[in-house]
Design a protein. Sequence first.
Lengths: 520, 492
Amino acid sequence: MKNLVVFIPLIPLLAASYIGVLHLFSVLDGEKSERITARMANYAIGLSCLLALALLGTDLFSQNNDVLIVGEWLNVNDLSIQLRFFTHGFSLKLAALFSILLFIVTRFAVNYMHREAGFHRFFFVLSLFSAAMLMLVLSANTVGTFIGWEIAGLCSYLLIGYMYDRQTATQNATRVFITNRIGDAGFVAGIGLGYLWLGNTNWLEMGELANPLSNQQAELCAFCFALAAFVKSAQLPFTPWLARAMEGPTPSSAIFYGSVMIHAGVYLLFLIQPLLAHAPLVSMLIAIVGLFTAIYATVVGLTQTDIKSSLIFATSGQLGLLFLECGLGFWELAIWHLCAHATVRAYQLLTAPSLLVNVANNPIKPVNAYLAKNTRFYTYALQRFWLEPLTDLIIVKPIQNLASDLNYFDRHILDNLMGSPAPAIRAISSLAQAKEQQIGAHLNNNENSFAQGSGFAGKITQWTADILDWFESRFILRGVSKDAIDYGKRLGRICQSCELMLLKPRYLALFVFITLLVAF
Amino acid sequence: MNILSTLLWTPAFGALLLAFISYKNIRLIRSIAYLSTIFAFLLSCKLLLDFDSSNVDLQFFEYQSLNPKMGSSYALGVDGLSLPMVVLATLLTCISLIASYTINERVKGYHICLLMLEFGMLGVFLAQDWAVFYIFWEVTLIPLFFLIDRWGGKRRHAASLNFVLYTMGGSIFMLISLIAAYEYVPEHVSLMQAMTAVSENMPKDEQVWVLLGFLIGFGVKMPIFPLHGWLPLAHVEAPSPVSILLSGVLLKMGAYGLIRAIVMLPAAAQTLQPLLIFLALFGMIYGGLLAWRQSDLKAMVAYSSVSHLGIVLLGIACLNQRGLTGAVLQMTAHGLIAGALFLLVGLLYERTHTRDIQDYSALIKVMPRFTFLTTIVLLAAMGLPGSVGFIAEFYALLGGFEKWGALMVFFSLSILISAAYSMRTIGLLFTGTTKPAMEKIADLNTHDTLAAGFLVLGIVFFGLLPASMIDLSLATITKMNDVIQLQIKPLT
């Protein structure tokens, strides 16, 4: 029975590849095939959901307290990464809850996305995301979780940039993705440190082995994972990405940032819970960050005027509370809080558009009295405490300047030395050149532009090639082949004339005569 | 009848059968040719399945004394070195026959020649007796001469004459070396296995001369740097199906023979090692730079063959396990890659009748399938990880590094050059502005795609899972390496 756990992430993955491949070859395209795509996505996640519930049921009765090891993915020296899944406990419960939410949102999106230009693309990404999320939750191996983690991040990028022809959408998508990479770096470092110090990449064994770890080691390892959790769950100072992520279609906002993916960070804290027991400093840090995030999000949320923003800051606030609970060690409370929050927030975000219609004429609630009085504080909150411009100033700007310096170095020094790639030289700069190339005539440049190098290295290559080419054509091709044949022919002609001469009667007679002379 | 004999004589039998069929019955001719090559391919696949890769001895050995006084015999057998070549030969013959549907004149003669060529190639790789090896070596020459001379391009007469003169000239040196070595075999037999005893009895300086003779003989075919004069012309002028065989299999005959010769005379090889490594590295850079200069697509592929076969020579010259593995792998890798490249270039030429790379542009719009396959093959030619070319180059590089260290910088240089012309070819063929002449070209049809796709699949498959290919030859390579180390150890 527990073997079925493999299929929970696998089925949505198959659906995603089915939709993706057929859409790529234009088999699924346009309004006509919307039904097939929608059905495929719904059946897949529905089936996963049923499987997860069934497994949960058996788990409740039989308490199968172990993990399922499917096989080995990678084996290098003593590093062995296994494909293993949780079949028990909180992970399975969360998988069941998430799959229900995913199913609901997928069903909701069928009508919501109807006749949208990217209908098939949307369901492809959504199915892929379902697979990634369920993989993240169910994998009992750090690497497996990380794979789900990354794919979920990629799907988030793809759906924020769903309207890729709009500049804000693509900009926001890129910004969110890059911010998330910081967390990914933390995750990878955590896996690496865990393997280095504990020699293992499985969640459960990592927890069991954490005992002999020195305090600093445990703190550092826990911090790396906590960093990943901070970013994924939009804690301070990474909170602003969440607001930018609202650019995607509503169902995706609901499932990614309202209920499922945003909780991945909290779930990660659950996974490293035994490690955190050895790392009091990091636990404290988590609590503090959670507290500040909760305060920050509440204050900023009070000044928001559009429904999606206020909902998302409310989410942020609740997540801050969740982190606070985890940091203080109220795990049981956090579990209930997480499940409840995921469900309620998904509902709120899904109903947000219709809510707007329903409350269209209601009077707007005035700003909180304290904020209204304190105008400076109000401005701070309205500007979201300048968190984003601050990041730009501290991190983005210096990196940009460094990049432009390096670019200068590349262009003025390296390119002159090594030469630039051919397409850069051949790039068309005017309409006349484009036309010229199109008709295949080279009007301005008389020399053959083929096999030309630029820069110091390029020129040396070109000259060497020229010399070798001369050598080849003069000696190898002409010298040996043609000239040798010519010489052979000439030699043959000389021999032939000798032969003819020898056959003339007078020489023949002379020859006979000499022979006789020698003989006697 | 034993499997090796069956495999060897199948193409010959097919050719004989064709001789009795009227030249007008083209369909029947083609189907008989197809049947016999496919049968040969299936036989070689069966060989592959039955082959025990952990066994270092010759397998499926057949022995029949031919001339007891001279000690020559009809001996066939395969080991980890020759088996990949046998499979490659039968596979590429199938592929080149599929590509031969464009040949519409003198079909009967063409197919007879092609089958005889396969017969000769299989004989070379299966023979376990130097006398038989030499005979088959010459057998390949005749059909190839006709194939180039009768069905080739504009300068086909010069090309075929050139090719035959070069190879004949080379094989004379090979023959002299063989006879010289034969004198020192105690039992006076020409079996390859018995001939390995030569190195114990022969004086050292004589060994060097004998190896030089082999080097010239096999070096012409392989080709090694100053002896490659026939290659550009022959490859360019040969009809494309023949180019596939020429560069895919026939060049490997030289490399294969050289490996056998070096196992026979390891001490001499050690003396000549500096020369070999120089020729290998120089040939790689030389071939690469000339390939970079060619605007003729076929000439470019031909010169890139010179460059890539330099890697084989380098691997052989290392005289260590990794180098030899690299050489053996590169033989297969280059067979697949060069075969696929010539096939694709030939198919393109059939559609546009120009080989000048500058005439092409933006083919991706009209030929997506062609673009996809060609790009993979060109990337594999430059040794991209994930393709079979990478595995072979990597092993050769490791072997070379073990022996010479910093000198391998020239190896990297030649890979860089090959990246330069591969990337340029991809850029010029597939991207850029559309040209009117390039707007109505048909994409690959089903059996073109199938033929090229099969090779590309092999390139990628063995690139991702190289273990199966390495294991096949590992035991034999280890044995050859042991023989070599045994001989060169006392000297160092």
